[in-house]
Design a protein around this ligand. Structure first.
Ligand SMILES: Cc1ncc(COP(=O)(O)O)c(C=O)c1O
Length: 463
């Protein structure tokens, strides 16, 4: 407990002081706030947010790839308030309530193929954790009790709970918590800018088949892949990749989980990322944009075939979360989907994707820009020391470049985006889906001078 002196009412201390003393921020080097301020965001409107000093920022990351409809929507907030008055909470454990049922039916209607069953969670990690447990129990119910492993890709992020973390392919996130849930296996991702030595684009999908053979097909339950891989910087699939993965999963009786925690709800210009690349998953995991982050909600969407063994006789999926499918969150999701449909938000992404991408491509003029990649409103710029050789930065340079300069300077100039080095250094942009040319111009007006200065500081020059 805090001392009496510390437990004073918040208004008598500044938010900065209280935040430093009491709030433990996620994935955050708390020590960094000893010499500079915690960015405290107090209000949002459309593509913009405002900090405690009243400074305005273009939210080029939709907070964390999730405020798809944009900030400050009174109608979506109202839907939550109305539901709270009507029925603030009841669970989905043997009971149901109207917003959960209506949302499940709505999602089933939008999801590709026969993905007709929806299991609600409170967020992305819970969705992935649930999908992994579901895969294991699915095979057990069908008499294949040893199928338990999951194949994921290097540098992919699938969440932080110990099961989801076993699918996450980022050494630095795994290592502090090992041993993890057993069964996580990794194959190369679709970073076509830096293909693994000796592997062509066309052979990438087959690394999954090889790994299944290596592990033993009787031990593998699922393959989990994002349509566009976030960590590492928006790796898109080569043409035909997912079609080959689908064949492999069918051949080995392995479930294909499309982890669309980011890539669904319009982010790639479709309701679901799988639609953009024309493949049919057995399971989709989602969260974030489902409510445009006005309330925490995730979902696992599964095919009739995968649901079938759980539905007969005394069988059940022995798994759940108190708040999965919370009435307020599902009501908010319904209002969000209403707004997205009414306002043709996905059409806005389709109409403007080329302009957005074109602006980012124009930054290739800067010697520090090595690659530009992504799809829809989910794009990344990879920064390099040498455009011709693709030489990347050392760990120390990455630290100075991303953490000490880029992140702070972009924010200081009013742009929220992500400078990330979980793979090679990238800047990621993922604006609200209502953004258009005005916001792209604004993004460029910050990125261009800041990247130019970064290149100068690190002595990166054109040849
Ligand atoms: C693809 C993917 N899966 C899972 C997660 C975990 O989601 P959450 O942070 O809501 O637990 C994320 C989060 O960014 C994600 O991008």
């Amino acid at each position: 407990m805090a001392s009496t002196e510390e437990a004073v009412r918040p208004e008598t201390r500044t938010l900065q002081e209280l935040g430093r003393r009491h709030l433990w921020m996620h994935f955050t080097r708390m020590g960094a706030y000893e010499d500079h301020e915690i960015p405290i965001i107090v209000r949002g409107e459309g593509c913009y947010v405002y900090d405690e000093h009243g400074h305005r920022y273009l939210d080029g990351l939709s907070a964390l790839f999730c405020v798809n409809i944009g900030h400050g929507r009174a109608d979506i907030a109202q839907a939550g308030a109305d539901q709270a008055r009507e029925l603030g909470f009841f669970s989905n454990w043997s009971y149901a309530h109207p917003p959960a049922i209506e949302l499940a039916a709505r999602i089933a209607a939008l999801a590709p193929g026969d993905l007709n069953r929806v299991f609600f969670t409170s967020g992305g990690s819970e969705s992935v954790e649930s999908a992994l447990k579901l895969s294991r129990q699915y095979h057990k119910l069908r008499g294949k009790a040893n199928k338990h492993k999951v194949i994921a890709r290097e540098i992919a992020y699938h969440g932080t709970s110990l099961g989801a973390l076993s699918a996450t392919g980022i050494t630095g996130l795994r290592e502090p918590f090992e041993p993890l849930t057993p069964g996580g296996c990794h194959v190369p991702n679709t970073n076509t800018y830096r293909l693994p030595f000796g592997i062509s684009e066309n052979a990438l999908a087959d690394t999954i088949a090889e790994r299944i053979e290596f592990e033993g097909p009787d031990t593998v339950a699922a393959v989990i892949l994002e349509p566009v891989q976030n960590a590492g910087g928006c790796f898109t699939p080569p043409s035909g990749y997912f079609q080959r993965v689908r064949e492999i999963c069918d051949e080995y009786d392995v479930l294909l989980i499309s982890d669309e925690v980011i890539c669904s709800w319009g982010r790639l210009g479709e309701w679901f990322g799988a639609e953009r690349y024309g493949y049919q998953p057995d399971v989709i995991t989602t969260a974030k944009g489902l409510t445009s982050a006005y309330a925490p909600l995730g979902a696992v969407i599964l095919s009739d075939e995968v649901a079938e063994p759980f539905l007969a006789g005394t069988a059940s999926f022995t798994h759940g979360f108190t708040f999965g499918g919370h009435p307020i969150c599902t009501a908010v999701a319904l209002a969000n989907l209403d707004a997205m449909e009414r306002e043709n938000v996905i059409d806005n992404v389709r109409a403007n994707e080329t302009g957005f991408r074109g602006m980012l491509e124009s930054l290739r003029e800067l010697p520090i820009v090595g690659d530009v990649r992504g799809a829809g409103y989910f794009q990344a710029i990879e920064l390099v020391r040498d455009q011709d050789t693709k030489e990347t930065f050392s760990h120390e340079e990455s630290e100075t470049l991303l953490r000490s300069f880029l992140s702070l300077e972009l924010y200081r100039r009013g742009l929220i985006c992500r400078a990330d080095d979980r793979g090679d250094p990238v800047i990621q942009l993922s604006p609200p889906l209502i953004a258009g040319p005005e916001q792209f111009d604004e993004i460029e007006s910050v990125l261009r001078p800041v990247l130019t200065e970064a290149a100068e500081r690190l002595h990166v020059h054109t040849h």
